[in-house]
Design a protein around this ligand. Structure first.
Ligand SMILES: *Cc1c(COP(=O)(O)O)cnc(C)c1O
Length: 366
């Protein structure tokens, strides 16, 4: 029996911001391999992280990520834990030294990163869009920083506010970027960044894994008291295994990388993501029932917040959408409204199903 047969309104499409849906093809492979990986009679969950089986998985995962993102050879890729938020203090701990750093604030997450860094000295604001409710990210040519700063930090995509930067920065001090909700959604030029970090649970795989990509010359600038698990250099020297890594999440991320490579890499997924997001924004824009007020130059391709003119209908929308198999469309509790997260794994059919539902809902309640 199909375990879904007894479920009343099974999830057809999951619009969660994270942890979020994974590609069906990936879930199917994980399911098939769950009890017996590669005829070892073992589940990946049961493998020693230092055994030859897991080491072969791990090497492949790293190679595939390097290929997908075209990571130059003078960058290390780390597979860590603690989520993006743990990088809020790992970044200054590993990079600030005795100098200062500048932070761009373009929404909830980058504000939180700036606030978390305040336990260190000389943390400054480079630019902020807080006063206009984050509907437009501060222009890169308005960022204020000093040549003496250790680094400048920004968030490429504000997952809650739906505000994204599309251009790689052109800045001659190390750029640190939070790519939690955009990594692997499109092509980027890694060489424009000093440090890239991302929690895995949006566009990479299961929660628990945090990926950090760091340029070699930025390793070893850490404060003396940095714990080994939180020291990028020590982790780099130990293949991210100074302690036990999140083996199963790494394996799952690897299946996602293979899925992306098989479809043709980031160029192909970028086109798909452009088409999906354009479809939804164009529908919202022509409607006088729904709206999105983010400046068009910053409209996120991954997280699309929208509202109903009559806000009283929001909960009704969420409830009826769920009855139609469209899950997790409620906006973040801090901003309210609605939000559709349409990461790599969301097929275009999911966006079309959402738009059809939105049309039906509008017809019923206008
Ligand atoms: C989700 C998210 C975070 C928080 O990530 P955790 O893995 O929960 O620590 C930080 N930044 C951005 C941009 C996010 O989307």
């Amino acid at each position: 029996m199909n375990p879904l047969d007894s479920v009343k309104n099974p999830c057809k499409y999951n619009f969660s911001a994270g942890p979020s849906m994974l590609p069906k093809e990936v879930m199917t492979i994980a399911h098939q391999e769950f009890l017996n990986w590669n005829n070892t009679g073992m589940s990946v969950l049961e493998m020693s992280h230092r055994g030859k089986e897991f080491m072969s998985i791990f090497k492949n995962v790293e190679k595939n990520l390097r290929d997908l993102l075209h990571v130059p050879s003078n960058y290390k890729i780390l597979f860590l834990q603690g989520g993006a938020i743990t990088q809020n203090f790992m970044v200054p701990m590993n990079l600030l030294g005795n100098k200062s750093a500048s932070y761009v604030v373009s929404g909830y997450w980058s504000k939180r990163t700036y606030d978390d860094a305040q336990v260190f000295k000389n943390i400054k604001i480079a630019a902020t869009s807080e006063s206009n409710n984050y509907i437009k990210a501060p222009n890169q040519n308005e960022w204020v920083y000093s040549e003496d700063d250790s680094y400048i930090h920004f968030c490429q995509n504000e997952t809650i506010h739906g505000v994204e930067y599309f251009d790689d920065p052109k800045i001659n001090i190390p750029v640190v970027v939070d790519m939690s909700s955009t990594i692997l959604s499109r092509q980027i030029d890694i060489s424009k960044y000093g440090v890239i970090y991302a929690g895995a649970q949006k566009n990479i795989g299961p929660a628990g894994l945090t990926i950090v990509i760091v340029r070699d010359d930025l390793l070893g600038l850490n404060q003396k008291q940095t714990p080994t698990t939180h020291n990028w250099k020590i982790q780099a020297e130990n293949d991210s295994m100074i302690n036990t890594p999140t083996t199963y999440s790494i394996y799952m991320a690897g299946l996602v990388f293979e899925w992306l490579l098989k479809m043709g890499g980031l160029k192909v997924i970028e086109e798909k993501n452009k088409i999906k997001s354009k479809l939804l924004y164009e529908f919202i824009d022509q409607s006088n029932f729904y709206y999105n007020d983010i400046d068009p130059i910053n409209r996120s391709r991954m997280n699309i917040p929208f509202r109903i003119i009559n806000d009283d209908l929001t909960m009704k929308f969420v409830e009826e959408a769920e009855n139609a198999g469209l899950y997790q469309l409620k906006g973040h509790r801090l901003v309210g409204g609605l939000r559709a997260s349409i990461y790599n794994a969301m097929p275009i059919e999911g966006v079309e199903a959402l738009i059809n539902f939105m049309i039906e809902f509008e017809t019923k309640f206008k």
